[in-house]
Write a protein that binds this ligand. Structure first.
Ligand code: ZN
Length: 203
């Protein structure tokens, strides 16, 4: 049995969301159908607004509806620090954690030979330009702790060659609250490699 065309079309749209298969997409479409019409209208308006009003910040690449974004425009941010992230979603996670008060640079991609993905050279060039123009003191590279994150990290540092900016990368290893007993070999190795010297602690 074929479904009515509007239902079929909505299901094929929902199936494009990450982690959503045929059955989930069908449930979502039926859910829309069962809600009052105002729900569908609010959803449609929200989607159109999302596409029309949001764009990447011209300075850092964060998703914003104003330019520059509220982070770049915030006078209380530490402008000597720039944290480089792969995506605006990573930036949001950092912000929600409330642990960092510097600026950001969103790459909008990563180096992934398997997915035939490269970094946008313009994003690297604009990062280098920010380092030069704004006298940035430290670039904190927050790429993901996996092969693609490593490749992306090395590409960034090779691009920043010739500048005297300090470059660091977020440490990775044992999860806080975790246990050595259950850590896998790769995580344990990373934890050893990222170990912190004792002079960081008062004695
Ligand atoms: Zn910005």
């Amino acid at each position: 049995m074929s479904l009515p065309e509007p239902l079929e079309r909505l299901i094929s749209v929902f199936k494009r969301f990450p982690g959503i298969g045929e059955k989930s997409a069908r449930r979502m479409a039926f859910c829309v159908l069962q809600q009052p019409e105002s729900f569908a209208l609010a959803m449609a308006e929200g989607l159109i607004d999302l596409r029309r009003k949001l764009h990447p910040c011209a300075v850092c690449g964060n998703i914003t509806d104003i330019d520059p974004c509220s982070i770049c425009d915030d006078p209380f941010r530490d402008r000597t620090l720039v944290c480089v992230v792969e995506s605006a979603e990573d930036l949001i996670s950092m912000e929600q954690a409330g642990i960092y008060n510097g600026l950001y640079h969103v790459l909008g991609g990563k180096v992934s030979p398997l997915e035939d993905e490269e970094l946008d050279p313009d994003k690297l060039q604009s990062l280098k330009q920010r380092v030069i123009d704004l006298s940035v003191q430290e670039i904190i590279i927050a790429t993901n702790p996996r092969i693609e994150g490593d490749l992306t990290f090395f590409e960034i540092i090779s691009y920043l060659k010739g500048t005297d900016v300090r470059i660091s990368r977020l440490a990775y290893g044992l999860p806080v609250g975790g246990s050595i007993e259950f850590a896998d070999r790769v995580t344990l190795h990373a934890a050893f490699e990222s170990r912190v010297n004792l002079d960081k602690y008062p004695r």
